[in-house]
Design a protein around this ligand. Structure first.
Ligand SMILES: Nc1ncnc2c1ncn2[C@@H]1O[C@H](COP(=O)(O)OP(=O)(O)OP(=O)(O)O)[C@@H](O)[C@H]1O
Ligand SMILES: [Mg+2]
Length: 274
């Protein structure tokens, strides 16, 4: 299937009768393939336009707030302290835009299949330990206890180590961010010879029941969290896509004001997926 001089896909046609395809059949199939290729290309462009619309929509909020601050900064009666606060707000908004740009790039690359995954043998236990070490200072800063419990045997899987690490770090970041001072985050892992799983359980703010089906959608942020929790709403959709590409599943259970548990299941062998 060729459109705009690019191969869009392959059309395979099987003749269940004994006869070979004749020239007439080939002509009809060539026309059909050309039309199918255009349809595939149009769908791709439509999806891209959709993603761009959403991104522009998300850019509006930080841009509007920076514009307001810029007007306020022009006032001559501001104290040095107020000026400093406005400058800090601009820096915060710029950092939010920066996070949005990197997460969005990552998400759209994943969606377009433009990120390459390379599988190696990974011990999930070691990987979880390393992620806990990375997030320990952040948890300590919020007085949150991180606890990891692992079986006393290795949990080996074929996976892209960095991408799975990214999933774990995203889940741990959420479990710390949407938690209370003095709260807990418990990470555990288990597995058999076909599937390994891990869960990240927190004692945080929880997710309203009506929002639960949407948390893996891009840009979605639940209604119970205020602007005081910064975020782009892309972290979980990136996790979901990475786990999906590994042939696994990610799920969530949560109770409002009590906490949430995210569970990831991964097939031990992903050779057919990556
Ligand atoms: N552990 C959690 N506890 C409570 N709510 C959560 C938790 N994890 C995710 N959520 C809810 O799901 C939403 C989507 O999470 P996601 O990680 O995709 O985005 P984010 O944290 O808002 O931003 P970022 O893209 O920076 O991670 C969050 O905004 C929050 O409402
Ligand atoms: Mg997040």
């Amino acid at each position: 299937l060729v459109a705009k001089e690019k191969v869009q896909g392959v059309l395979e046609v099987v003749n269940k009768k004994q006869d070979a395809f004749n020239d007439n059949d080939v002509d009809i199939l060539t026309v059909l393939a050309a039309q199918a290729a255009i349809a595939v290309e149009n769908t791709r462009l439509y999806q891209q336009a959709d993603l761009i619309n959403e991104l522009v929509h998300e850019l509006r909020t930080p841009l509007a707030s920076m514009l307001t601050i810029a007007y306020l900064l022009k006032r001559s009666d501001l104290s040095n302290e107020q000026r400093q606060q406005f400058a800090d707000s601009i820096a915060e908004e710029v950092s939010r835009l920066n996070d949005l740009a990197s997460s969005y790039l990552e998400y759209s690359r994943l969606e377009a299949g433009r990120l390459t995954f390379s599988a190696s043998t990974v011990d999930l236990g070691d990987l979880l330990q390393e992620c806990c070490r990375i997030l320990q200072p952040k948890a300590a800063e919020a007085s949150i206890k991180l606890e990891l419990s692992l079986p006393n045997h290795p949990l080996l899987i074929e996976a892209d180590e960095n991408k799975i690490k990214q999933v774990v770090i995203n889940l741990l970041n959420n479990a710390i961010k949407y938690n209370h001072t003095g709260g807990e985050v418990n990470i555990s892992a288990w597995g058999n010879d076909q599937i390994v799983s891990f869960s990240v359980q927190d004692t945080g703010v929880g997710i309203p029941e009506s929002d639960l089906p949407h948390v893996f959608e891009k840009f979605f942020r639940a209604h119970n969290i205020q602007e005081s929790y910064p975020g782009t709403g892309l972290g979980l959709s990136i996790c979901n896509r990475i786990v999906e590409i590994h042939g696994g599943t990610i799920s969530v259970q949560s109770q409002l004001k009590a906490g949430s548990t995210f569970t990831v299941e991964l097939p031990v062998c992903v050779k057919d997926c990556l």
